[in-house]
Design a protein around this ligand. Structure first.
Ligand code: FNR
Length: 338
């Protein structure tokens, strides 16, 4: 697998400085961003040996959908600023590798363009100040084939970023057409999202499951499930929102203990070992944000495909070396915290 640091350097060499910084930045003084990846490394692996690992199967399911492995594509906005093929390339690569795509509602490709080449995909949504527009986007996504809606709740206010960045907003934002010309899309997001919105969205999407993204506490996870969510996604938005927020790796166990439903996680996942650590702590699957953007910048659809295949191979190797032949065998005894 390509080293993540090499990938970042390759992307840095070809992207305009302002675009590179937009993707790389965290919020505040980047405490949470800096802590994300090392937090996974606090969990040491405890291999089970000796074991017969002749055949290792990385496949699993997310809300019943069969996927080739436990690592998938987190929603990241404005992908055409790093590569002209944008989200369409990412969707194609996810499809080719049997991974799930979560499309940002700040996508620079339309729902229809993406769904034409995608395998299984979910739409990430924000509750907008205009609830009717929110409902319309969710309905259009479901009609275009989205199998779930991921409601991002950690951006009631868009945090100020640590680094200065700039990019060309004329790439547009066709999923939220009214936003196409806006630089600061944050002003369109509702600052008053509550559990009632989750209830509303779960009813509205008529059978399309709602996943709540941005949960870092067990009590909130429980409340979201009680409000009608089908799964919860532990995330601090890649350190781009509340600086000082708990790393996902540390928050995960509490959330897993609070609910019986599926729990996903993202933030600082950079190797197959990190994915196995996340699964050992009880996550159903892990998602990657920035690595996908860097891979897209460097190699378009081929780059993202190589990245996702690389992650899956790395998971497979880690499973073999820890004595696991199926995802079900990855349990809490596989890690210990230093
Ligand atoms: C994001 N993220 C994000 N999340 C979301 O729900 N909607 C969005 O539009 C975006 N956009 C976005 C853009 C960029 C450039 C980044 C880096 C991130 C957050 C993303 O889904 C995910 O939570 C983090 O990126 C995961 O952390 P890593 O893998 O980047 O460390």
């Amino acid at each position: 697998m390509i080293s993540h640091l090499d990938l970042v350097e390759e992307a840095r060499a070809i992207l305009p400085e302002g675009v590179f910084q937009y993707v790389a930045t965290g919020a505040g003084v980047e405490e949470t961003l800096t802590a994300a990846a090392p937090a996974w490394q606090q969990y040491y692996l405890r291999p089970r040996l000796p074991r017969d690992v002749t055949a290792v199967d990385t496949s699993t399911t997310l809300l019943g959908t069969k996927v080739s492995g436990p690592v998938h594509v987190a929603p990241t906005g404005f992908q055409r600023i790093v590569h002209p093929d944008g989200e369409t390339a990412t969707a194609k690569a996810a499809n080719e590798t049997g991974s799930l795509l979560v499309l940002s509602s700040r996508s620079t490709s339309s729902l229809e363009e993406v769904s034409a080449v995608a395998g299984p995909w979910w739409l990430q949504a924000y509750v907008l100040r205009d609830r009717d527009l929110t409902a319309e986007i969710v309905r259009r996504a479901a009609a275009a084939g989205a199998q779930a809606v991921v409601l991002t709740v950690h951006t009631p206010h868009v945090a100020r970023k640590a680094r200065s960045y700039e990019f060309d907003t004329s790439v547009g934002s066709p999923i939220i057409p009214e936003l196409a010309t806006r630089d600061d899309l944050g002003v369109w997001q509702a600052p008053d999202v509550t559990l009632e919105d989750i209830q509303w969205l779960a009813g509205l999407s008529g059978g399309v499951p709602v996943v709540v993204k941005g949960i870092l506490r067990g009590d909130d996870a429980r409340a979201c499930i009680d409000a009608g969510a089908q799964a919860v996604w532990v995330s601090n938005h890649g350190g781009r929102q509340l600086d000082g927020a708990i790393p996902s790796a540390i928050a995960l166990s509490e959330v897993v203990e609070a609910i019986d439903e599926e729990v996903y996680v993202d933030g600082g996942i950079r190797t197959g070992r990190d994915v196995v650590r996340a699964l050992a702590l009880g996550a159903r699957a892990a998602f990657v944000g920035r690595p996908v953007v860097w891979a897209l910048a460097v190699g378009g659809a081929d780059g993202v495909r190589d990245l996702l295949n690389g992650f899956r191979e790395d998971v497979e190797e880690t499973m073999a070396l820890t004595g696991c032949t199926s995802i079900d065998e990855i349990g809490p005894d596989l890690v210990t915290r230093s």
